[in-house]
Design a protein around this ligand. Structure first.
Ligand code: MG
Length: 380
């Protein structure tokens, strides 16, 4: 019997798919959390009248309006998010966008809960802190499709038997383009992902390949393997979600339709499997192809890998600078190619420090945001 579910980021792409999967499985929703106290959250809160509700943002008037509609099961602020993540005996699905998810991830683990992590930023920015929290208790299951795939391939295996991890990348909407082509692409074009349905930031990150860089860092912390044993290959069909090569020359891969409801469901029920609403995949008539990453046209991957290797605060700086640059691109303030330039220049400007506490992560994040914002302003 699977545990009740707490959904952080309940109105986002991962959150709404989690609620759909949980409803289908008949799982209880213990709490939902959202940044904005808007009509989407009120609608979700009404669907689950017994769930606690946490809201981290919004004005005083907006908060009063939410209380007026759904009553006093709602609480507010960053503490409210940590409180619902600490409800005992639940699975916490962390679908918060950005580094804001780190403290909630730590709260979930500290309470001994299963943390179904879709918020890759909390692992990228706060890897050492989250790993230390995991050492104290709780359980971490990745929701990110590549990492869910790797996790499933590694069930029953010793990490010493692994030669390398292979993360697959669709290549995004701009695979095959040249740097010249990319100079003038619009946010609308970048938001058109060929295979996966996702939120806005991650879709832009998939177009630059920063997402794959963040995912290599995520895999490094999740599976404790050095960066030279984690590789990336472009696989445009997104059917092989990632694979593991073992020291005897065997490979294990995880295949299926690109549908986030599959890894979300596994994070809720795994290692048990249940029927899912995703379509079944058939091999005949399907061609799976693989090609190397075009690292010159998409420099973001190597920028991210360098930050991962530097460790300490560098991945937090990378993540924060990318958040600022992507937002500026979506607002039409900088061009597509400038995203990587802003991130690289921010990494060169912000000084490296060790990361031992949440405060270290918060400080690195804040400094990187301010440096990136001034770089964006200078680029306009
Ligand atoms: Mg992914």
């Amino acid at each position: 019997m699977s545990r009740p579910v707490v959904v952080l980021g309940a109105t986002g792409s991962i959150g709404s798919q989690t609620l759909e999967v949980a409803d289908r499985l008949g799982l209880q929703i213990a709490a939902v959390a959202s940044r904005r106290p808007g009509p989407e959250l009120v609608e979700v809160a009404r669907r689950y009248p017994d769930a606690r509700v946490a809201v981290t943002g919004g004005s005083a008037e907006e908060r009063e309006a939410v209380v007026a509609v759904i009553g006093h099961r709602v609480s507010f602020g960053a503490e409210a998010l940590m409180e619902v993540a600490s409800i005992p005996g639940v699975t916490v699905v962390n679908g918060v966008v950005g580094a804001a998810g780190l403290e909630a991830s730590i709260s979930a683990l500290a309470a001994g809960n299963r943390l179904a992590l879709a918020n890759k930023e909390s692992l990228v920015a706060g890897g050492p802190v989250l790993k230390a929290a995991l050492g104290e208790g709780g359980e971490l299951i990745p929701v990110d499709s590549e990492h869910s795939a790797l996790h499933q391939c590694l069930v029953g295996e010793e990490i010493e038997s692994v030669r390398r991890l292979m993360l697959t990348a669709s290549g995004g909407p701009f695979r095959g383009r040249t740097t010249d082509d990319l100079a003038s692409v619009t946010p609308e074009e970048a938001l058109r992902h060929p295979t996966w349905e996702m939120g806005r930031r991650i879709t832009i990150d998939s177009a630059t390949l920063f997402n794959k860089g963040l995912e290599v860092i995520e895999a490094h912390y999740l599976f404790d393997l050095p960066y030279d044993r984690i590789e990336v290959v472009v696989h445009p069909q997104s059917i092989l979600h990632s694979a593991v090569e073992f020291i005897d020359g065997s490979w294990k891969g995880h295949l299926g339709h690109p549908d986030m409801r599959i890894p979300i469901q596994y994070a809720l029920t795994g290692p048990q499997r249940d029927p899912s609403p995703a379509p079944f995949f058939d091999f005949p008539g399907t061609t799976l192809s693989f090609e190397p990453v075009d690292r010159e046209t998409f420099p973001a991957l190597d920028i991210a890998l360098a930050a991962g290797r530097a460790g300490g605060s560098a991945p937090a700086v990378l993540n924060a600078a990318d958040e600022i640059a992507v937002e500026a691109f979506l607002q039409g303030r900088i061009g597509f190619l400038t995203i990587a330039r802003v991130v690289e220049a921010t990494l060169e400007t912000v000084s490296w420090r060790a990361v031992e506490t949440v405060q270290d992560v918060v400080d690195a994040d804040a400094e990187a945001r301010s440096v990136a914002a001034s770089l964006v302003a200078g680029a306009c």
